[in-house]
Design a binder for this molecule. Structure first.
Ligand code: IPM
Ligand code: MG
Length: 356
């Protein structure tokens, strides 16, 4: 059976890290005798340059007709430094999420034994950290239609809008994750100030009775930001709205020691997208130094979602081995730093040579 994988490298380091993830997937394909078909498409700044649209229809159609989507990163300083730009690369990512109905972004946060000293946090605080951040991805302030500036240009506004339906579908997924894990759900909001947060809290409170085994706690986002750093082991599953999840997931990544380690899956109504949580890291683009592990681990999440658990485990085992052997890029190296492509070669080679 053929598995169709849409490959969207995007901008900055996107093409380099995606190349390594595809290399690893090809190693899996031959090791386990699968038939993967990879098709590339444009998204982000590069898509704007070539088509004028950060998420062209052609890309959308490829995504829709694929079994899974592997995505790199988007963003370009050219647009970041120009607040007046009419079209922005990030709109491509937001459009992809919206059009594919990807309402939940799943970001597992775990530590890696060989990286404990790389974290800015103390070892005893982070050893054994294992939680999942579930971020609502197609609603909230990133999508509020009422946005803009007053006529004189001196005031700007965005609106944060959530419906009960949007809240309950992502929370249902979070409850299901909690059931499979330590059965603890932390709902993060700002219900002491925001009307949307009060709707989140009310909706989740109503759902509690359907999941009597799950212990639910409610936490204000400012407190959560503090507790993720001071006591990360207390968390099992966190569910939160779009912007809070965006910020807290970057914060969570420092626990691991590098933003280059955390994978994610975005799931919803159509084909799922697998992407590293980090961005396009333009300063490193083209230098072959970016850490490809978050993307390779995102490919492992993709294999899981395709029902290929043994294959996903093989990828994770190969990543663990590369960490243990210190075949890693400069962000996490203590000794020699390897190039992006060397790390990918090593991991693909490990899969080819070992049995799982
Ligand atoms: C992420 C990114 C994106 C987001 C940006 C690039 C729009 O930061 O996936 O977290 O905020 O969702
Ligand atoms: Mg982000």
């Amino acid at each position: 059976m053929k598995t169709r994988i849409a490959v969207l490298p995007g901008d900055g380091i996107g093409p380099e890290i995606i190349r390594e993830a595809v290399k690893v997937l090809k190693a899996v394909e031959s090791k386990f005798s699968h038939n993967f078909e990879f098709s590339e498409a444009l998204v982000g700044a590069i898509a704007i340059e070539e088509t004028g649209n950060p998420f062209p229809d052609e890309t959308y159609h490829l995504c829709k007709s694929s079994d899974a989507i592997l995505f790199g990163a988007i963003g370009d300083p050219k647009y970041d430094n120009n607040p007046k730009a009419g079209v922005r690369p990030e709109q491509g990512l937001l459009a992809m999420r919206k059009k594919l109905g990807l309402y939940a972004n799943i970001r597992p946060v775990t530590t890696f034994p060989s990286l404990l000293d790389k974290s800015p946090l103390k070892k005893h605080l982070i050893e054994g950290v294992d939680f999942v951040m579930i971020r609502e991805l197609t609603g909230g302030i990133y999508f509020g239609e009422l946005r803009g500036r007053t006529e004189d240009g001196t005031k700007a506004y965005d609106t944060n809008v959530y419906s009960k339906e949007e809240i309950s579908r992502v929370t249902k997924l979070a409850f299901e994750y909690a059931l499979k894990r330590k059965k603890k759900l932390t709902a993060v909001d700002k219900a002491n100030v925001l009307a949307t947060s009060r709707l989140w809290r009310e909706t989740i409170q109503d759902m509690e009775k359907d999941y009597p085994e799950v212990e639910v706690e409610y936490m204000f986002v400012d407190n959560a930001a503090m507790q993720i750093i001071t006591w990360p082991k207390r968390f099992d599953v966190i569910v939160t709205e779009n912007m809070f999840g965006d910020i807290l997931s970057d914060e969570s990544s420092v626990i691991t020691g590098s933003l280059g380690m955390l994978p994610s899956a975005s799931v919803g109504l159509q084909t799922s997208v697998f992407e590293p949580i980090h961005g396009s890291y333009p300063q490193a683009a083209g230098k072959n130094i970016a850490n490809p592990l978050a993307t390779i681990l995102s490919a492992a999440m993709m294999l899981d979602s395709l029902g290929l658990m043994k294959e996903a485990q093989a990828v994770r085992a190969a990543v663990d081995a590369s960490l243990a052997e210190q075949v890693v890029t400069e962000d996490i190296a203590t000794g020699k730093a390897y190039k992006t492509s060397e790390v990918g070669d090593w991991i693909a080679g490990y899969i080819a040579k070992n049995s799982f």
